[in-house]
Design a protein around this ligand. Structure first.
Ligand code: SF4
Length: 355
């Protein structure tokens, strides 16, 4: 089906209340046939309409368990692809804006990764581990070559698993999450090398053979923005405030914060470990911070720095309604059989590590 951009624009110009009402009507008429999944970085009006809200890991589990015929995924493309890999063949995954990709996932293309692998594998190949935030063919690459997938919630556990299989780990595509996890696992900073896909030899040819962890040079533009200076300002003007950041932030930021963890960790920390009157500065995507501030008005919850994920923001109420109005004909998220087979191997390995 071709997108009717005029119709989408028309819907996007309507009041939120009207859009929400129309979406609710379709949800009611579809009943269990329809399952809406929304990532925590989606705007509040969208998370309120979802059957499940979570981080990429939680949502991949929800997709695997969902019984709806139509799974509409309000998130970025790699998440919808993961749902398409995990769901049953009778289910169909729809992504309201197929153009909404994750810039970090797109920093590691299959051809670049294969080129790096040929260079790095040597006599003792490392275990390839990719972050959930990667394209389906990079997940498939890890499945095919004995590796797995991790999320920011289970990255440490995945390193433990990988180091039981080999003395070396090749981590994709987020350099920061990889370094933060390697250091937490106890790897010496000297034993970490970085592969830069823009350089023919990766940039550190002298280090790859001895490195315990080789990191892909990729980053999340949202989390890369946080700096140690942001934290110093909080310490100066709000003594006693708690600073929590996501592990996709640069290592020096993670080390300067009070707490570090996945989006799910951040949510749980605020709910269970903070109390009325606390001042909490959060270094992650702005929609999650704003949603938490609304949920806990008795504490001061605010951003460490304003940082919006533009591609997550491409999913609007208008686009969601357009998808639901066209459930029968809307473009399905398709993953080729080969990619699906190996990506599922890697995803199943990941799920078996945590279930
Ligand atoms: S927040 Fe970062 S990692 Fe998450 S979808 Fe946006 S760009 Fe990708």
């Amino acid at each position: 089906m071709k997108f009717d951009l005029q119709r989408i624009q028309q819907l996007e110009s309507l009041e939120d209340e009207i859009l929400v009402e129309r979406i609710q009507k379709i949800r009611e008429s579809q009943g269990k046939n329809l399952c809406i999944l929304a990532h925590l970085y989606q705007r509040k009006k969208i998370t309120e309409l979802a059957d499940f809200v979570g981080d990429s890991f939680g949502l991949s589990q929800s997709a695997a368990r969902s019984s709806g015929k139509y799974i509409v995924f309000a998130g970025v493309r790699f998440m919808a692809e993961s749902a398409a890999i995990l769901c049953r063949s009778s289910q169909e995954v729809l992504h309201p804006d197929p153009e909404a990709g994750c810039p970090m996932a797109d920093m590691a293309s299959y051809s670049e990764v294969r080129r790096a692998w040929e260079y790095l594998k040597g006599a003792h190949p490392p275990v390839p581990v990719t972050y959930m935030n990667s394209t389906a063919d990079i997940k498939a690459f890890c499945g095919e070559f004995g590796g797995t997938i991790c999320t920011s919630s289970n990255a440490l556990k995945t390193f433990e698993w990988a180091f039981e299989k080999s003395s070396r780990v090749f981590f994709l595509p987020d350099e920061h999450l990889g370094r933060n996890t390697a250091l937490k696992y106890g790897v010496d900073p000297e034993d970490i090398a970085v592969w830069d896909p823009e350089k023919a030899d990766g940039g550190e040819p002298e280090n790859y053979e001895s490195a315990k962890v080789i990191l892909w040079r990729g980053y999340c533009p949202v989390h890369q923005k946080f700096t140690v200076r942001d934290i110093e300002q909080v310490r100066k003007f709000y003594p006693g405030a708690i600073v929590i950041v996501h592990p996709e932030c640069p290592t020096e930021v993670v080390q300067a914060a009070d707490e570090v963890g996945s989006t799910d960790f951040i949510r749980k920390f605020v709910a269970q470990k903070t109390k009325p009157g606390d001042k909490i500065f959060i270094g992650t995507e702005i929609n999650l911070v704003q949603n938490l501030a609304t949920e806990y008005p008795d504490r001061m919850i605010t951003k460490l720095h304003r940082s919006l994920c533009l591609t997550m923001y491409q999913i609007t109420l208008g686009r969601l309604l357009y998808t639901l109005e066209n459930l029968e004909t809307f473009e399905r998220v398709q993953v080729s059989t080969d990619v699906q087979r190996y990506a599922k191997v890697a995803l199943d390995r990941m799920l078996s590590l945590v279930i």
